[in-house]
Each structure stands twice: as C-alpha cells, then as structure tokens.
Design a protein around this ligand. Structure first.
Ligand code: GTP
Length: 600
C-alpha cells in the first residue's frame, strides 16, 4: 500500500461521549475484531481506566480497508489519546502523528470542557477535524442543537457533521469514507534516512519495552541499530509490526505508519515520549523532530508502609508500577512520624488520584498516603531558586527569602446556566480569578478561571460535580507561577511537630484549616493517660489548639475510705507521674491515627 493510501487519525472527545465505543465499531467494520467479541473497548487497556471511564495511556490500532468503489486498499491508523489534560504532552505527540481527527459531540450533552480544550489543541496543530454527533439513538438526543454548537463553537460547517450511534452502529459506515476523502495522507519518504517519533511506550512482561512510533521518514527492519537523539543511546531492533489490535509482526515498517518496535530496551524510563530516533550510522546532520519535553511532575504525595506493610516488598512493587508509568517519579524519603517511605510525583491532580486509588486498592490499610502538595518556588535574596515539593522542606528562615511563588492553572469549565452562581462562588472561594464567561447555545456556560493548582488538587472537581448534580465538566492547562503569600503550617502534638502532616497553605486559609486540623486530630487520637496538647502552628505561632484531658485512672479505687493519708500519697504520686510524662511530651501515636486523619 503506497503512503498516499495511509490515513492517520485520532478521536477528540469529552469523557463518556463514546470514543471507546466508536473505536470498537470502526475496528469491527474493518474486521480487526469480531462483533460481540469479549475484548470490547480494546483501546482502553488499564483496569483503572475502564473503571473510571477515562483513557490514561494512548493506544493505537491499525485497520485495512478496501474502498468498495475504487477497489483501492487503505491502511488506517487510529491513534488513541489520553482523555485528560494532565497528559497534554502525550496528547500532542499523538496528534503530531495524525493528519486529522474525529471530533465527537454527544447529541444529548452537547459540547463539554474537554471537547473544547482538545479541539483547540488539535486545531492548533493543523489537524483536519471531522465532526461526529454521537448517541443519536437516545430519546434525549437533540441533533440540531448539537450541530448548531459545532458550527458556533468550532466554526465547522454543519454539512460536515456525521450523525451516528456508536452503540447501535447507525451511521458509523459513513465515517471511514469521509476519513479517506478529507484527511490528508502522511507525508514522508521511505527511502530517506530514518527518523522516528516516539509516541508512546509500555512494558510487556514477555518482550520488555515496546515503543509505539510514528515513522516520519525511512524504513525500519529487524536487526537495524537505532540511535536516540535525546540520550545518544543505541538499540538493536528485535521486532517491528503494527497493532492489530495486539502486536502483529511485519517484515518492515515505513514512513507514514504508526507502528511498534521492540528495541531490546531494559529500562522503560529510557523510552521518552517525544524523543526522535535515527538509524545509527546514518544520522549525520539530521535534526531531531520537535516536541520533546521532560515529564514535569506537578503534584506530590508521600507514601509510607503502615504497621502491617513491608517496606522492601512495597518498594519492589512501587518501582515496577513506576516503570510502567513514565510520568510518575519516585524517591525515598524518611519521616519522623511515619518512618521510611517514598515521595511520588505526578503530572497533575487526576493522574495522582488514579495512581492513589490504585495503591489504596492494592494495599488497603497497609499504606499511608499524605495529603497531595504542589511544587512551590522559593527565590532567595542571594538569587538561589529552589523548588519545594515536600512541605516539610519549606524554608523556616524568612530572612533569606525574597519571593514565594505558587503554580496556577487556567481552568475551563462548562456548566448548565442554572448553576452559574454557585460555581462562580466555588471558584472565588478557591482563590480563582475570572477570565471569561460565555453562554453556549445549549443552556451551558463556558467559564474560564485562573486558579492555584493547590486548590484544584483539593478535590475541586469533586466539589464542582457535587454542586452541579454531576453536570459540570472541567479541563485545565498550566498557567505558570505567581507570587503568593504562602506559609507552612505544622501540626504539633505536645509540641512535637508531626512532619507527615505539615502543609503549605495560603495565608487566608490558615485559621479555618488550623482549627479543622486540631479538632479532627483530637477526634482520632481520643483518650490518653495524660494531657495532650494538639496545636496548629504557623511561623512558630500557635493559631489553633485542642487539649485532650488525661483519662483519670482511679488509683484510690481499692483503698478503704478511711485510709486518707495513703490516698493522698497515691494521688500525689499520680500527679507527679503525669507531670513527668507531660514534660517529656512524647506521645505514642498509633499509625491508625495518621491514617484516619489523612483519609478523612
Ligand atoms: P473515555 O474512555 O473515558 O474517553 O470514554 P469514552 O468517550 O470512550 O466513552 P465510552 O465509549 O466508554 O462510552 C461511554 C458510555 O456511553 C458507555 O456507557 C457507552 O455504552 C455509551 N454510549 C456510547 N455511544 C453510545 C451511543 O451511540 N448511544 C448510546 N445510547 N450510548 C452510547
């Protein structure tokens, strides 16, 4: 099949608008899978993805299609993309290997935040967009309204909209002929020196690292030597092929294709999304393709084995999990309160919550996860700059600090207009600054706010969903660092700071949060044999306090009422003992207390 008969495309959609269902239908139509196959939604591979209905890792699948009219053969590559903005670098790598995309709009729900955000990304990368109105079988479907939205929001001609039901298959047969007609074939030359873009990679237990690549120029065969433009490392090609839907080995893969390579790579971290590969020995004077970015973790969580957990076993397992998710970073850390553990870094709040959920499911009560934190920037008076990713490392000595900065995002939300007031106050309570407000044609409002990432991480999406009966949608992108009045708040028990519970907060939040923390901690700590003071401190000033009264063990119980002097003596001694305990101050805090407090 000549390159002029290749078509590379992806699907742009909001969560749940039917991307996976539509992909399945297309794969059935082209015979890659059989209707009624058990491996439905083959493109969503991870369990967590299936459960949460989100696509985290991009997958791709090739299809062969014979045009019934011209009898010409086509090779189509459906390049799947992660559905969430935390994975923007991966999304843009996938788009970079495509000539166009299907833009799915749910006929009942209309355009949502993610549709908008992904549309603009795809559009800015020059992709040809084909609007598909899905779920037309639903009673609540409003096809004319959805088409009108496509026209007003995306300025795409209404005549180009393809109404379908991915569920029943109605109308789906129109899609591939339109893809062939409207989406341009990839450009590239199989005879030129090799250039590949790494789109995705994963670890296969049988063959090791598998790389999904877009062959921009040249041809790849088994036995070739590859050279990474980024790391200068060399690899021997063990196997090449296309995804159909699993790996299907081929003699060679060539310019224009999105296909896989088994590079004999031991460490999956060496496969860096956006890296360019050349053929070793035939690479002089070649320039890398644009788009390489180091993954930049934006949300950090501490993880510690609880009493029943074994550090070494967990360490092996975490290292394995992290190998399979390039974007997670892992470092060991030690906490006074919780002992030896790890600090995990994630691309964003959703990425963190998916991973956290997976850990909690696998380890249950055996793992303690601390509150998520974002990276803060500290600029010192001597010009030094430091990124603080662990609240406990926030500088104590304010004398040397020139400036404190925190990361902001630009959040795009779509909400039904009846909820606009509540959503605006939610944003304002989270230190948001309004940037845009636009009424869409379907009774929806598009809102843009600049919000500190730290606020978004505190279950902002959960609250937004809760107050809009689940109708709001959210997407966001990085908006850089801003100067901010942030402080470190410690939680002390009998004056001993509990490092695992230290938080960095905006000054406006400390009173409320301090009070809440001491009250909650008291509740979980319950009775102790001596008096315990729980304090929230900012810059060594106590801003909130709770006291747990000593549980009075009645040492005089067994004595005769008359035995007064003995009674006095015993009570004296008890008081002494307590005083001593209080002054040494060391409270033995059961790990369950931390766990309960952090999970609340
Ligand atoms: P992500 O994987 O999170 O991106 O979601 P998705 O866009 O792939 O959505 P998915 O295909 O999983 O579909 C979401 C839900 O909508 C599922 O319950 C589907 O059965 C349903 N659905 C998809 N297409 C149609 C359709 O044409 N009609 C109806 N009635 N339901 C549909």
């Amino acid at each position: 099949i000549p390159i002029s008969n290749y078509r590379n495309f992806s699907i742009v959609a909001h969560v749940d608008h039917g991307k996976s269902t539509l992909s399945d239908r297309l794969l059935e139509l082209t015979g890659v899978i059989q209707p009624g196959d058990a491996n439905k939604q083959v493109l969503d591979k991870l369990d967590v993805e299936r459960e949460r209905g989100i696509t985290v890792k991009a997958q791709t699948c090739s299809m062969f299609y014979k045009d019934p009219e011209t009898n010409e053969d086509y090779l189509l590559h459906l390049v799947d993309t992660p559905g969430h903005v935390d994975f923007r670098a991966e999304v843009s790598r996938s788009y970079a290997s495509c000539g166009g995309a299907l833009l799915i709009v749910d006929a009942a729900q209309g355009v949502q935040a993610q549709t908008v955000a992904n549309f603009f990304l795809a559009y800015s990368m020059g992709l040809k967009l084909i609007p598909v109105i899905n779920k037309i079988d639903l009673d609540s479907a409003n096809i004319p309204k959805a088409i009108e939205q496509v026209e007003t929001t995306f300025e795409l001609p209404r005549e180009e909209c393809i109404p379908v039901s991915a569920k029943t298959g109605l109308g789906v047969d129109k899609i591939i002929p339109t893809v062939i007609r409207d989406i341009p074939p990839p450009t590239g030359d199989p005879l030129k020196p090799l250039k590949l873009l790494l789109v995705d990679s994963w670890h296969d237990p049988y063959v090791g690292v598998v790389m999904l690549v877009h062959v921009v120029d040249g041809t790849v065969k088994k036995g070739m030597k590859l050279l990474s433009a980024h790391s200068d490392r060399r690899y021997d090609v063990k196997e090449v092929g296309i995804m159909y839907p699993d790996k299907l080995p081929m003699k060679n893969i060539q310019a224009g294709q999105v296909a896989y390579i088994i590079p004999g790579m031991r460490n999956p971290k060496e496969a860096m999304i956006g890296d360019t590969f050349y053929q070793y020995g035939n690479h002089e004077g070649l320039e890398p393709l644009p788009g390489f970015e180091e993954p930049k973790p934006m949300v950090f969580v501490g993880a510690f084995p609880a009493d029943g957990g074994e550090f070494n076993v967990m360490n092996d397992h975490l290292e394995y999990l992290v190998l399979n998710d390039r974007a997670v970073t892992l470092e060991k850390e030690t906490s006074n309160a919780l002992g030896l553990g790890w600090r995990l870094g994630f691309l964003g709040s959703l990425h963190a919550s998916v991973f956290k959920e997976r850990l909690e499911k696998e380890y249950g009560a055996k793992i303690i996860l601390t509150a998520p934190t974002v990276p803060y920037k500290v600029i010192y008076k001597n010009g030094d700059e430091k990124l603080v990713t662990n609240p406990d490392e926030f500088p104590e000595d304010k004398q040397k600090v020139e400036l404190l900065l925190e990361p902001y995002v630009e959040a795009i939300m779509t909400v039904p207009d009846e909820f606009i007031g509540t959503v605006m106050s939610l944003c304002e309570n989270n230190r948001g600054i309004q940037k845009e407000l636009e009424y869409l044609t379907t009774g929806q409002v598009l809102l843009k706010y600049e919000i500190p990432l730290a606020q978004l991480v505190e279950d902002f999406f959960g609250k937004l969903k809760g107050m809009t009966k689940g109708y709001a949608s959210l997407d966001y992108e990085d908006a850089g660092y801003r100067k901010s009045d942030i402080v470190k708040m410690e939680l002390c028990v009998n004056t001993v700071p509990q490092d695992a519970l230290t938080q960095i907060l905006h000054r406006s939040q400390i009173m409320a949060r301090g009070k809440e923390n001491v009250t909650k901690f008291k509740e979980f700590l319950r009775h102790q044999l001596f008096e315990v003071a729980i304090q929230a401190k900012v810059n060594n000033k106590v801003i909130a306090r709770e006291t747990i009264k000593a549980k009075r063990k009645d040492v005089t119980q067994k004595l005769h009422a008359a035995d007064i002097s003995r009674r006095k003596k015993l009570l004296e001694r008890q008081k002494e003992g307590k005083k001593q305990m209080k002054s040494t101050g060391r409270v033995n805090i059961n790990q369950e207390v931390y766990q309960a407090f952090l999970r609340r």
